[in-house]
Design a protein around this ligand. Sequence first.
Ligand SMILES: Nc1ncnc2c1ncn2[C@@H]1O[C@H](COP(=O)(O)OP(=O)(O)O)[C@@H](O)[C@H]1O
Ligand SMILES: [Mg+2]
Length: 275
Amino acid sequence: MPETGEDLIVFENVCKSFGSLHVLKGVSLAVKRGETLVIIGQSGVGKSVSLRLMIGLLYPDSGKCLYMGREIPQMNDVQLDEMRRHFAMLFQSGALFDSMTVGENVTFGLRANGMTDEDEMTRIMEDKLRAVGLGKKKFPEIPAKLPSQLSGGQKKRVALARAIAVEPEIVLYDEPTTGLDPIMSDAIADLIISTCEDLKHKNVTSIVVTHDMHVALKTADRILMFHGGEIVGEGDPDYYRNIRETDDDSKLTEKEKMIRQFVRGQAVGPIQAVL
Ligand SMILES: Nc1ncnc2c1ncn2[C@@H]1O[C@H](COP(=O)(O)OP(=O)(O)O)[C@@H](O)[C@H]1O
Ligand SMILES: [Mg+2]
């Protein structure tokens, strides 16, 4: 097994624009194997763009995006496919394939990777469904159901089971709780927290983009805050908790005042809400 703590994904001074919109203006970061990195920041600061750069769905205008020391934009299609096999993604929509049963959805990635042993796939499918709280003791009928027969929360759980079924090295979560009602959001947040913890024991790296500070503080080894095309905050959850609890402005830098406004969820402060 590869060493914990090695640099898995590195950005060196990455710039990315869309026309005149300069989204990333020189971002440098390193994601270490086995860590849970949380990325926070306002809508439109380039969090999803950063995730897409990490899996080679976008290329930087300048600067470098590296996976295991290799520049992603220089990989050919075979190398890109090989790299992406190590990733799993859970996006906001968490879309399942509508015409496939839950069981087929969860084993889809295994089949795509060439697995043919049906018993083994069933075992993995049951194991992953159990891991997301849909074990066969309580939910024996779930694997045969179609996505349209599931509740919203169950769909999210199945999407997560599908993402982790292929035993990825890196799991990317893009705002997994956004757009859910508060109760469901809380349930999925707990699920993300326990999944990150569980996978961490297997040396899996998690990168979580979220607005949910509860999830951020509970799961992260390290939290990065993006603002204005740059990283304005980097620290462990205690660093962010301390800033949140600090009322005395003279004890905070300008960047820390921005962080405080964000983690407190306040409309008034150095960050302007874009309406
Ligand atoms: N493929 C694209 N073409 C044009 N603009 C894009 C593209 N992808 C993202 N953007 C813009 O870049 C900005 C950052 O997007 P994104 O990373 O999705 O923000 P967020 O931090 O909310 O995830 C947004 O203003 C978005 O509209
Ligand atoms: Mg986004």
